[in-house]
Write a protein that binds this ligand. Structure first.
Ligand code: ZN
Length: 236
């Protein structure tokens, strides 16, 4: 099966025509959704109920999240799940704090229809509020067992094409064990993103807070927070 490359509008979450509806109500690209269904079946056999917490996110949604964090309307958390005192930081420090867990609008992997945040619904009650926090997925956390199983599958190249782009901390995006990416479709997308394309997006849509700070350090931000080292994908 050949899969067409995404247009720049699809790549940046401004166009949603690359997505299909999954039975769970989430949206992904068709091939990624099919692979996820296979991974869910594998997980079920191992005793896990692998569920999507977050899938596709549009440019408009990412912009709303970003601006709410930059303006202080929405809390920004650190790696200890503690709120960051944003008002006492310089704009450059505010930018770094947000970038630990949030992508700049247009650069989110959640725009692509290939990336999802997951948890194990069998490990918690239906009333449980999933946080997607470091505590939940670390050793002893409620979702640690699922992620240990996923680690084993990835190491054995039996994860149906999924890998963790934010597996380890290299000083950019914080480790996000819950974030899975479908390599066959996501790897080509990551090669298409560049600064000029993002600037075009930001011009085309509503105001992006902290834009001057981003543009002042664009190459470093692309390198540190947007590009994912290819060796993070065990399938390669
Ligand atoms: Zn994610």
């Amino acid at each position: 099966m050949t899969t067409p490359a995404l247009s720049w509008q699809q790549l940046t979450g401004m166009d949603e025509s690359h997505l299909v509806d999954l039975p769970c109500g989430h949206r992904m690209r068709e091939q990624a959704g099919q692979a996820f269904a296979l991974l869910q079946t594998d997980a079920r056999e191992a005793g896990f109920d692998l569920v999507i917490a977050s899938s596709f996110r549009s440019y408009a949604r990412q912009l709303a999240i970003w601006n709410a964090k930059a303006s202080g309307e929405r809390p920004v958390y650190d790696e200890q799940d503690e709120p960051v005192g944003m008002s006492s930081l310089t704009p450059a420090q505010q930018l770094r704090a947000i970038l630990r867990y949030s992508a700049i609008p247009g650069s989110s992997r959640h725009h692509w229809g290939t990336d999802i945040d997951v948890y194990d619904a069998a490990a918690v009650s239906t009333a449980y509020q999933v946080q997607l926090s470091a505590r939940e997925v670390s050793s002893g956390g409620v979702f640690d067992a699922l992620h240990c199983w996923l680690d084993q599958r990835m190491q054995a190249n039996q994860s149906q094409g999924f890998f963790r782009p934010y597996a380890r901390d290299t000083g950019g995006v914080a480790p996000e064990r819950w974030h899975l990416s479908f390599a066959p479709l996501a790897l080509p997308c990551s090669g298409l993103l560049h600064g000029d394309l993002l600037r075009e997006c930001w011009d085309a849509a509503g105001e992006l807070l902290l834009r001057a700070e981003i543009e002042g350090d664009m190459a470093e931000i692309m390198r540190r927070y947007v590009q994912v080292p290819q060796d993070w994908c065990p399938a390669l």
